[in-house]
Design a protein around this ligand. Structure first.
Ligand SMILES: [Zn+2]
Length: 155
């Protein structure tokens, strides 16, 4: 087991979006379509299969549940039920070797450090950030698209 885990969005958020087709808290309309490009589901942390599965695109606050000012952005989930990622092995295999941006946050959403990974060094980068005691959690984003993917926390 890794010293840290990947935290996917809560199942109740995914279920609510699927049921209402609205963004939680914001109420903006969500959009459903068959995946045409790389669409990582923020609930199971697997890719939505291109030309096969439907994805829902909605606006989500990446700091959901943290009691800090929000920072909303677009995310995908599978349009139909999927199993939430359990996260105990650190960064999911489907994200290893990708261009990722790891943002380390301290108290009150203070950005303490940022590492952009390449060449598969994402697990090491996450460990370096989470060894700093003032870091409370790390957000992982796609470097190319800029979208929020998941959060890392110590186990
Ligand atoms: Zn999914």
């Amino acid at each position: 087991m890794s010293s840290f885990r990947a935290v996917a969005i809560p199942t109740e958020v995914a279920d609510s979006v699927r049921a209402t087709m609205k963004s939680p808290k914001y109420g903006f309309p969500a959009h459903k379509e068959v995946a045409a490009g790389r669409a990582p589901c923020r609930h199971c942390l697997q890719l939505v299969k291109i030309s096969e599965e439907e994805a829902i695109l909605f606006t989500m606050d990446a700091f959901y549940g943290k009691n800090v000012p929000p920072s909303p952005g677009p995310v995908y989930i599978h349009a139909t039920e999927c199993a939430r990622y359990d996260g105990n092995d650190g960064i999911p295999l489907s994200y290893r070797g990708r261009l990722l941006t790891l943002e380390a946050f301290g108290a009150d959403r203070k950005l303490l450090a940022e590492i952009r990974t390449a060449n598969g060094d994402e697990q090491g980068a996450a460990r370096v950030l989470l060894e700093r005691p003032e870091v409370e959690y790390v957000h992982v984003r796609s470097t190319e698209a800029g979208c929020y993917l998941f959060r890392l926390e110590r186990n």
